[in-house]
Design a protein around this ligand. Structure first.
Ligand code: GLU
Length: 473
C-alpha cells in the first residue's frame, strides 16, 4: 500500500455499508439518504457495500430486502452515481493480508490468552479489559492466537463533520483484536480495509460507530493512509426518547411501505430527522433537499421518529397527487386479497368517484379500504360501540324514521340530501353535525369516514334506505 490517499479522480466517494442481519431499519435508510444526497449534490459516488461477514446472522434475503428498499427510496443501479453492491465477504483475503502487514510493521502482535485469563488479570489489575500482557512476548501466529493492534500512546483526534472535534485518550483504548484465534478478520479491520480498497473519502454513518472511530483511524494511519472525512449522524429515538429498537418499535422501512407510505414522503421525512431545509416548510422537493443538505447542519441530538408526523407528511404527499395518481397508488390496497368485500363487488368507477374525498383524509394508504368498504359490501361492518353511541339520544330512532320517509322521495343528490337532513335535524332540535351521526353509522358502519352526503349519493337510494331500515328493525 502506498502512503498517499487513494486516487479518486478528484471525486468524492461516499458509501453505505449495511449488515444484512434483519429488516432494513429506518435509521439505516436515513443514513443511506444522507450519503445519497451528498453524492448527488457533489457529483460524487455512492458505494453500496454489504457487510456480510457475520455468517451466523446474515441471510441472503435480508440483502435482497436492503437492495429492494434502497431502490424504493430512489437509490440504486441505473443512476451513474451508484456503484455496487460489493460484498465484504469477497475481500477476506485482503483483510487478512492487511492484518499481516500491520504485524510485520510492528503495529500488531499475537496473544494467546483466553478470555478467562484476561478476566483473571483484569481482576488482579483492578481495571477492566485487556492489559496488553502479550505486547512484548514475541509470540507468532498459532492456533488460538489472536492478532491485536498495538494502540500507541497519545491522543486520537477525530474530526467529525457533525460532532466537531472529538478527542480520545489512547490510554482508554485497549489493544483490540484484528484477527480472531481462527485467523478470521474482525469487523473493525474489515470495514477499514474495504474503505481503503474502495477509495472511500467520506464515512457518513450512525453515531453508534463513533466509539469505533479512534480505533479505525489508528488502523488507517498504521496502514499508511490519511483517514477519511468522518460524520456520525445522531440516533433515532421513539416517543419515550429511547433508541428505536427492533424489539420494541416499528423500525422496518418495508413495514411503512406496506402500510402505504409513498416513497417521496418517506424520503422527505427521513431527511428532516436531524436536519431541516431552509425556510419554514418541511415538505420540500428532493431537488431542494439535495441542493441544501450539509452535514455541518445536522443536529447533534437524537431525532424523534414520529409515526404520526410521518403519516402527516404522507397525507400531504398524497394530497399533492392528481386524483388519477391517487387512484393508481390506492390500487394495491383496494384490490388485494385482504379487502373485506368480495372481489366481484368492487366497482372501480365508484372508487374513482369517492377517491378525491378519501384523498383529503388519509394518512397511510392502508386506511383506505376501511374508509370505502361500505360502498362495496352488501351489509356494512357495523361498529357496535359507535352504533350504540349514535343511537343513544332519545331523538335518534325517530330521526332515522323521518330520514327514511324523506329520502325515499327526494332528489338523490348530495346537496339535496344535506338540506333535507338539516331540516329533519331542526325539527328534532339538533344541528346537522349531530343529526348526521346515526345516519352515518347506520349506513357506513362507522362514526368517521368520507363526507356523508357524497357517500350516500354514490351508495344509491336503495342501499341507503335498506340500511337505515335494518337499523330501525
Ligand atoms: N456494517 C455496519 C452497520 O451496519 C456499518 C459500518 C459503517 O458504516 O462503517 O452498522
Amino acid at each position: 500500500m502506498n502512503s498517499m490517499p487513494p486516487a479518486t479522480n478528484g471525486k468524492f466517494r461516499y458509501r453505505f455499508a449495511p449488515s444484512p442481519t434483519g429488516f432494513f431499519h429506518v435509521g439505516g435508510a436515513r443514513t443511506a439518504l444522507y450519503n445519497w444526497a451528498l453524492a448527488l449534490k457533489q457529483d460524487a459516488t455512492f458505494v453500496l457495500r454489504i457487510e456480510d461477514t457475520d455468517e451466523a446472522r446474515n441471510k441472503p434475503e435480508w440483502t435482497a430486502g436492503i437492495i429492494d428498499a434502497l431502490a424504493w427510496i430512489g437509490i440504486g443501479t441505473g443512476d451513474p452515481h451508484f456503484e455496487g453492491p460489493y460484498f465484504q465477504s469477497q475481500n477476506s483475503e485482503e483483510h487478512v493480508a492487511a492484518a499481516h502487514r500491520l504485524y510485520e510493521a510492528g503495529h500488531a502482535y499475537y496473544c494467546d490468552l483466553t478470555s478467562e485469563q484476561i478476566q483473571e488479570r483484569a481482576k488482579v489489575n483492578g481495571k477492566p479489559g485487556y492489559d496488553g500482557f502479550s505486547r512484548d512476548r514475541g509470540l507468532g501466529p498459532g492456533p488460538g492466537h489472536v492478532l491485536r493492534f498495538r494502540v500507541p500512546e497519545g491522543v486520537t483526534v477525530v474530526d467529525d463533520l457533525v460532532r466537531g472535534r472529538v478527542e480520545f485518550d489512547n490510554g482508554t483504548i485497549e489493544d483490540f483484536v484484528l484477527l480472531r484465534g481462527n485467523g478470521t478478520p474482525m469487523f473493525l479491520l474489515a470495514n477499514v480495509v474495504d474503505d481503503i480498497l474502495m477509495s472511500i473519502t467520506h464515512v457518513v454513518r450512525a453515531e453508534e460507530h463513533l466509539p469505533n472511530t479512534p480505533k479505525q483511524q489508528l488502523i488507517w494511519s498504521a496502514l499508511g493512509y490519511a483517514p477519511p472525512v468522518w460524520a456520525h449522524v445522531p440516533v433515532l429515538v421513539n416517543e419515550q426518547r429511547k433508541k428505536l429498537s427492533k424489539r420494541r418499535d416499528k423500525v422496518a422501512l418495508e413495514q411503512y411501505r406496506d402500510e402505504g407510505v409513498i416513497a417521496p414522503a418517506m424520503i422527505n421525512y427521513l431527511m428532516t430527522l436531524g436536519w431541516a431545509p431552509a425556510g419554514d416548510a418541511e415538505i420540500v422537493p428532493w431537488e431542494k433537499i439535495v441542493n441544501e443538505f450539509r452535514l455541518e447542519d445536522v443536529n447533534h441530538s437524537p431525532a424523534f421518529f414520529d409515526e404520526k408526523k410521518l403519516a402527516s407528511f404522507n397525507g400531504d404527499y398524497l394530497r399533492m397527487l392528481t386524483t388519477e395518481q391517487f387512484v393508481t397508488a390506492c390500487s394495491p390496497w383496494v384490490t388485494n386479497d385482504s379487502v373485506p368485500w368480495s372481489r366481484g363487488d368492487f366497482d372501480a368507477r365508484i372508487f374513482s368517484a369517492i377517491a378525491p374525498l378519501v384523498q383529503t383524509r388519509v394518512g397511510y394508504l392502508s386506511e383506505v379500504p376501511s374508509m370505502v368498504d361500505f360502498l362495496f359490501l352488501d351489509q356494512p361492518l357495523i361498529d357496535a360501540d359507535a352504533l350504540a353511541k349514535a343511537m343513544k339520544p332519545e331523538w335518534a330512532s325517530q330521526l332515522l324514521r323521518d330520514v327514511v320517509g324523506v329520502f325515499a322521495a327526494c332528489d338523490w343528490q348530495h346537496d339535496v340530501l344535506k338540506t333535507e337532513l338539516e331540516k329533519i335535524g331542526e325539527s328534532h332540535g339538533v344541528k346537522l353535525g349531530k343529526a348526521q351521526a346515526p345516519v352515518r353509522v347506520a349506513v357506513t358502519g362507522r362514526s368517521v369516514g368520507p363526507p356523508l352526503f357524497e357517500s350516500l349519493e354514490l351508495l344509491g337510494r336503495d342501499k341507503t334506505l335498506a340500511r337505515l331500515k335494518a337499523i330501525l328493525d
